[in-house]
Design a protein. Sequence first.
Length: 174
Amino acid sequence: MNKERSKEKVPQVSVSGPHASPPVASAAQKVKQAGKDFTYLIVVVIGIGVTGGLLYVVFKELFSSSSPSKIYGKALEKCRAHPEVIGAFGEPIKGYGETTRRGRRQQVSHVEYIKDGLKHMRLKFYIEGSEPRLQGTVHTEMKENPESGKYEFRYIFVDIDTYPRRTIVVEDNR
């Protein structure tokens, strides 16, 4: 008998009013909702602006040809390719920046300034090779080319920090 009842279709009944319509909002409620919507819009616009600003700063620092990290990379490659530097330090030559409290040496010391209406940048970083206890300090200066707007090397010097002290001129365009 139970099986017969489960096979029978039981009609579903829905209860609703004959004239069901959404409640009408008053003018005060409409103003309140519009204020909320406008506030959310402002928050979203500010968020998009901050995100865009952060992306711009990251792009400029990491991918711009005039960023200190790019210039450091170019100067290090020139030092690695210079035969006198290879002879003094041995291969492979490693470069690193200033030492921090946490022991990391990734920050390259740099100064940007304007002289005679052109941008200049000076960098200082350190190198070491396979020779034990032999380290050097690389000093480089870049000058902005007024026609192309790109930085060009003025000089790259390597000071050997241990005895006998000497200076290796990698490039000098002064």
